[in-house]
Write a protein that binds this ligand. Structure first.
Ligand code: GLN
Length: 303
C-alpha cells in the first residue's frame, strides 16, 4: 500500500513545479543540490518504503531539537518546564520580539530560544554533553554511525548572529546558567547532526511507539511524556506555520532549514521527507506538499 502511494506522491509533487529557496544564512546549506527529494516511511509493524534520495545525508537542523528535548525531558521530568513553555510562538523560529516581552522565557523547546535553553540544561546535567547527546541520538536511531557535520557546524558558528542575540537576551534575564559561547557551541553541533531520510524515519518511530525504542525493551520517555512531546510537535513544530501544517497534514512533526521534515502517526508510522527548497517560513515546500498528499490520500490523520 505505502509503496504505490509514495511513488504516486513523489511523481505528483515533482510535476507541481513548487518554488522555494534554500537556506543561505548558513552558507554551507546553500551548497546542497536544490533538486534533492526523498520520502521514507517506517511503520510500527517493521515495514520500510522509500523513494528518491533516501540514502543521502542531510543536515537535520531544527529537527535535532526534538532529540535534545527528549534527552532533557528524560533527565529532568516535568521540571524541564521551568526552562521552556509549551505554547506555540506564532513567530519565526529565530524571533527576538516575544522573548523580550516575556522576560527571556522561551515559549517552547522547538524555537531557537527554547532549544538554546535546553542545551543550557544539558550542559548543566551532563559531564560531556557533546558526546552524550550524540550517543543518545545514536541509541534512539539504532545506528552508531550518526554524527555531526563539522563543515555545517563551523558555517553556523561563523554566522549565527541571531542565535547569539537570543542567548545574550536570555542571559540578561538570568535564564542561562552556563557560558553563552559553550551553549551556542552545543546548539550549533546539535543542528549539524545529519541523517538520511531512511535513518530519520526509523529514529522518529520512537515517538509513534509510545516512547519505546522499537525492537528493544528500552522506554526512553513514558507514554504520557511521549503524548506531551507529540503535542508540542503538533502545536510548535513548524513555528508560525504550525497551524497551516496541522490544517494541511494533521500529524505531529518537526521541520529543519536543511529541508527535512519528520512526522509521525502514533501507533502507525513515522515518515521523513527531504527537499532543500524552503518557503518563507523556513519549511520544505515539497516536503509539506508530500505529507499533505499522504494523509489526504490515506484518509488517516490524528484528527
Ligand atoms: N540551526 C538553525 C538556526 O539556528 C536551525 C533553524 C531551523 O532549522 N529552523 O537558525
Amino acid at each position: 500500500m505505502f509503496k504505490n502511494l509514495l511513488e504516486q506522491i513523489y511523481k505528483e509533487v515533482n510535476t507541481l513545479n513548487l518554488e522555494g529557496q534554500q537556506a543561505s544564512y548558513i552558507p554551507e546549506l546553500a551548497n546542497v543540490q536544490p533538486n534533492k527529494f526523498a520520502l521514507h516511511i517506517t511503520t510500527i509493524d517493521k515495514k520500510h518504503y522509500g523513494i528518491g534520495d533516501v540514502n543521502e545525508k542531510f543536515s537535520l537542523q531544527s529537527i535535532a531539537k526534538v532529540f535534545a528535548f527528549t534527552l532533557a525531558y528524560q533527565l529532568k521530568g516535568s521540571a524541564i518546564f521551568q526552562h521552556v513553555g509549551v505554547e506555540p510562538s506564532g513567530n519565526p523560529f529565530n524571533s527576538l520580539i516575544q522573548l523580550e516581552q516575556e522576560q527571556g522565557f522561551p515559549r517552547n523547546p522547538l524555537i531557537n530560544a527554547g532549544a538554546l535553553a535546553i542545551c543550557d540544561v544539558l550542559i548543566s546535567e551532563l559531564n560531556n554533553p557533546e558526546d552524550e547527546i550524540l550517543s543518545f541520538v545514536r541509541k534512539i536511531a539504532r545506528n552508531k554511525t550518526i554524527t555531526y557535520n563539522p563543515a555545517v557546524y563551523q558555517s553556523e558558528k561563523k554566522t549565527g548572529y541571531r542565535n547569539r542575540a537570543l542567548i545574550h537576551l536570555m542571559k540578561s534575564f538570568g535564564r542561562i546558567q552556563n557560558e553563552t559561547e559553550n551553549v551556542l557551541d552545543l546548539y550549533f553541533k546539535l543542528c549539524s547532526i545529519e541523517m538520511t531520510a531512511s535513518e530519520l524515519s526509523k529514529t522518529f518511530l520512537l515517538y509513534a511507539n509510545s516512547g519505546i525504542i522499537p525492537d528493544s525493551p528500552e522506554q526512553i520517555l513514558t507514554e504520557s511524556q511521549t503524548k506531551r512531546l507529540n503535542a508540542i510537535m503538533q502545536t510548535c513544530g513548524f513555528y508560525d506555520e504550525a497551524g497551516e501544517f496541522t490544517f494541511r497534514v494533521g500529524l505531529p512533526g518537526k521541520s529543519g532549514v536543511g529541508g527535512g521534515i519528520a512526522a509521525l502517526h502514533p501507533g502507525k508510522y513515522a515518515i521523513a521527507v527531504w527537499s532543500p527548497l524552503l518557503n518563507a517560513k523556513g519549511n520544505s515546500v515539497k516536503g509539506m506538499k508530500a505529507l499533505e498528499l499522504l494523509t489526504t490520500k490515506l484518509g488517516w490523520s490524528i484528527f
